[in-house]
Design a binder for this molecule. Structure first.
Ligand SMILES: O=C(O)/C=C/C(=O)CC(=O)CC(=O)O
Ligand SMILES: [Ca+2]
Ligand SMILES: [Mg+2]
Length: 418
């Protein structure tokens, strides 16, 4: 990790209170109409820096020396090659980006490689390897338990001993702005004599954070909680679209399957963990029961404020700091059996729900399985999503000196079943 002081001003002219100020510098993948090649970009204000193009100028001038070849890694259509370089290269890259965007001497060289955000197309930032979704909010898990399993204890007996998760479908992770086709499948309500087939009628959202993994590991090895930061590259906003009717009928005993595998939306910008040092908070507490030793260590939480809007009406403001399990513990748990990590692996926090009703991260909980519909600003009501509905999740975290680090948005519109 670099210890360079964080300069507060950039010659780009982005105000300190901008959500994408100099302290943020998230990575994405973009193209322009003039150059449709997909390549890595870094956002500063409402501009996108063609990071590989600038790095190539430095490399070709012989300025890279023994440092990582960022130009080659960034002139590719995903962040995966950069993720593969590992944590020390991520630190070098961030220090270099900060320098070229703050020291005036770089202005003439860098300016031609800045594109207005409005002129670029943003693509899926990561070629997603394995995708896992956790279940780390105690309130979410309790609420879903009460709704789906009213005859059992709200929390399953293992919930406070291990971060529960399931493997999802990495090929259906899509970038913000991608339409979501209403899924079709089987459902069987408690009073239906037999399963019926058709479009889901209980289409839902789940507001989550996603963690992007780099620094691949070998099969048979483990990553400890304290080592997790070497593999936790950054954070995205994640919407785990969920068909509750399909899910409720299919999930016993192997867990979520087709009810969640049709689409998962992530934000276009991956905010590096290095930008979130000011957002680190202690976990809410794991004293009763104490967790096993392999889940102990520097298991920091993160303060991230999420906002969920349905057709422009804010319906929830989930707070990530309430999550019981931390991303470092999730990574330790993911690898405790010797499973390897690949560059581009993605894991979700699980639905972010707090104790207050207006901080619940799913419509299932906000409307209590559709029995308490929400009223939107246009006067219409919703239990679950209708065709044409747009869900937009935004988020920010505290940065240095009272600044805010924007995580961008994860948005999607429901289109009719095919
Ligand atoms: O409790 C259940 O049966 C299912 C809960 C979920 O919807 C699974 C999930 O995606 C986990 C989460 O987002 O917290
Ligand atoms: Ca989920
Ligand atoms: Mg999903």
């Amino acid at each position: 990790m670099t210890n360079a002081p964080t300069p507060s001003a950039t010659w780009v002219g982005v105000p300190a209170d901008h959500l994408f100020g100099i302290h943020n510098l998230p990575y994405g993948v973009f193209s322009t109409s003039a150059d449709p090649t997909r390549r890595v970009g870094v956002r500063i204000g409402d501009l996108v820096l063609d990071a590989g193009a600038v790095a190539a100028v430095g490399r070709d001038a012989g300025l890279v020396g023994d440092g990582p070849d960022l130009a080659t890694a960034w002139q590719t259509p995903s962040l995966n090659a950069f993720l593969a370089l590992g944590r020390s290269a991520w630190g070098t890259a961030r220090a270099w980006l900060t320098e070229i965007l703050t020291d005036e001497v770089h202005r003439d060289g860098v300016s031609p490689h800045l594109h207005p955000l409005a002129d670029v197309r943003l693509h899926l930032p990561v070629e997603v390897g394995d995708y896992v979704d956790f279940y780390a909010s105690e309130d979410h898990a309790s609420n879903v338990g009460k709704i789906f399993r009213p005859d059992n204890a709200a929390l399953p007996p293992n919930w406070k001993h291990l971060p529960i998760g399931y493997h999802g479908r990495s090929g259906t992770v899509v970038v913000s702005g991608t339409d979501v086709v209403r899924p079709t499948g089987q459902r069987k309500g408690p009073n239906d004599p037999a399963p019926v087939f058709g479009p889901s009628i209980r289409l839902d959202i789940e507001a989550e954070l996603g963690y992007v993994v780099g620094g691949a590991t070998e099969l048979g090895s483990r990553v400890s909680v304290d080592e997790a930061s070497d593999h936790l590259f950054g954070v995205v906003i994640l919407n785990d679209w969920s068909a509750r009717d399909i899910q409720a009928w299919e999930y016993v005993p192997l867990g979520p399957f087709l009810g969640k595998s049709f689409a998962t939306t992530i934000s276009a910008w991956v905010t590096p963990l290095e930008a979130l040092t000011g957002a680190r908070v202690p976990l809410p507490g794991q004293e009763d029961p104490e967790v096993l030793p392999y889940l102990r260590g520097d298991a920091f939480g993160l303060e991230v404020h999420v906002e969920v809007a349905l057709n422009g009406t804010v319906v929830s403001r989930p707070e990530h700091r309430v999550m019981y399990w931390s991303p470092a513990q999730m990574l330790a748990h993911l690898t405790v059996n010797g499973a390897s990590l690949r560059d581009g692996d993605l894991f979700g926090s699980g639905t972010i729900s707090g104790a207050e009703k207006d901080t619940r991260g799913s419509l299932l909980e906000l409307t209590w399985n559709g029995t308490e519909p929400l009223t939107l600003d246009d006067g219409s009501t919703r239990g679950f999503l209708e065709d044409g509905d747009t869900v937009t999740m935004t988020a920010w975290a505290p940065g240095p000196d009272g600044t805010r680090i924007g995580l961008g948005e994860a948005t999607g519109t429901i289109t009719a079943a095919r």
